[in-house]
Design a protein around this ligand. Structure first.
Ligand code: AMP
Length: 427
């Protein structure tokens, strides 16, 4: 499949795709949509930002749109489960965009807010329900959702759902579904426990694995900056202020860290806002909207927020702290370089974080430092990377305040083209 036109989708969906300027399907779309349209089950693995949402939304919309029939109250025909509220909201928005012009009703169901509106939408009858598992179960238990008519089940970011401990909820939900249904599972990674879950739930699925070294990540210029903790804020300010038009997502390890970074940026005159699990749903939405509309330049987030956020035009991702879980690195940097754009991911690495850096390099199967990160256990003083730390004047760091040495890009062509984008002048 080379274009969406070949798919014979219902006319309103074709129009919606044309309006969104989608002409060429992404690899995950090209390899799953034709089979999903035939009614096959799918087990798809692809990173965030590769067009997974349309890969499941288009077959669902096409199937229900073709029939164009009324739906019974509280008895949805399609259910999409996602791990976080933010992702659920985005998925619902995508369904609304791709399904504009179809007479299908949707309901969005997630926790942390009053259920009144959600119950009302379900009572009116919704063809498609997009939900997080906890609140969905709550509403099922209260009798507001009956899944006996369900035709299509979509699980998005299955790996994340399992990481977040949703497996028992998922099993309970799935036990209420009719055996005859179409199931579409998507996950960024496919560890054995997910394959096992899928084996029990999918019927002869089409398996599609879009390798992590997909063009999406190749478009991201990945840079490592060796800098001690005390130097990180100055370096971040430098990156942000260098280009006032940049839109920067910063990741910290802790919620407190996220708040502190946002506050320090604000104090320095940079518009910044933090989102993490301790913020109310309203505050999170407000922050995302402010960032989306360019009212703030920097969004500081913890990993909970790193998945599923789809904001166009994020030019830089900064890993203020390296993630402990190397998989999170891939999810974090996937916030930039989306939908054909180029992006830059700058990771700050302090002496204490070298272990994490090494784990990331092993996980992605690629050196981010030109082979200068030996495993922590075998490093001796004579093998130390030649890069400079802010507190240790290395050979190239002499006379320089900061650790950004202008290198560390994993992409050689970019390294040549943009030497030392944030490098300080030699003093
Ligand atoms: P997703 O992985 O579904 O979150 O999609 C990532 C981004 O790619 C979103 O901004 C989508 O609107 C965009 N996108 C998805 N499919 C296509 C396509 N075929 N052509 C252009 N943009 C797309």
């Amino acid at each position: 499949m080379k274009t969406f036109n070949e798919l014979n989708l219902v006319a309103p969906v074709q129009r919606a795709l044309a309006n969104a300027n989608y002409s060429v399907p992404t690899p995950i779309q090209a390899q799953t949509i034709p089979d999903a349209l035939q009614g096959r089950d799918i087990l798809g693995s692809a990173q965030t930002g590769t067009g997974k949402t349309a890969a499941f939304a288009l077959p669902v919309l096409n199937r229900l749109g073709q029939r164009n029939e009324k739906v019974e109250r509280n008895r949805p025909l399609a259910l999409v489960l996602a791990p976080t509220r933010e992702l659920a909201i985005q998925i619902e928005r995508s369904f609304a965009t791709y399904g504009k012009g179809l007479r299908l009703r949707q309901a969005l169901v997630y926790g942390g807010v009053s259920q009144v509106r959600q119950v009302r939408m379900l009572d009116r009858g919704a063809h498609i329900v997009v939900a997080t598992p906890g609140r969905l179960l709550d509403l099922m238990n209260q009798g507001f959702i009956d899944l006996s008519r369900l035709e299509i089940l979509v699980l998005d970011e299955v790996d994340r759902m399992l990481d977040m401990g949703f497996l028992p909820d998922l099993k309970r939900i799935i036990s209420h579904l009719p055996a005859r249904r179409q199931s579409l599972f998507f996950s960024a990674t496919l560890p054995p426990k997910i394959v096992e879950l899928a084996d029990g739930l999918l019927r002869n699925p089409v398996r599609v694995n879009i390798a992590p070294e997909s063009p999406c990540v190749e478009r991201i210029d990945q840079q490592i900056v060796f800098v001690e903790r005390s130097g990180k804020m100055n370096l971040l300010r430098e990156i942000v202020q260098k280009d006032p038009a940049s839109r920067v997502m910063v990741f910290t390890r802790t919620k407190r860290g996220a708040n502190a970074v946002a506050q320090q940026l604000e104090r320095g005159g940079v518009r910044a806002v933090a989102i993490h699990g301790d913020k109310s749903q309203h505050a999170r939405q407000k922050a995302l909207a402010a960032f989306g509309r360019n009212h703030v330049q920097v969004l500081v987030a913890t990993d909970v927020a790193s998945r599923g956020i789809d904001i166009d035009g994020v030019s830089h991702v900064v890993n203020y702290d390296l993630p402990v879980d190397p998989e999170c690195y891939v999810h974090r940097i996937g916030r930039t370089g989306r939908a054909g754009d180029e992006g830059t991911a700058v990771s700050f690495c302090s002496e204490a974080e070298r272990r994490e850096l090494y784990a990331i390099e092993r996980f992605i199967g690629q050196s981010l430092t030109g082979g200068q990160t030996p495993p922590p256990s075998v490093r001796s003083s004579s093998q130390r990377p030649r890069r400079s730390y802010s507190r240790a004047a290395g050979p190239r760091g002499a006379g320089r305040r900061s650790g950004y040495s202008g290198g560390g890009s994993s992409n050689p062509s970019k390294r040549k083209r943009r030497p030392g984008k944030y490098a300080r002048q030699r003093g």
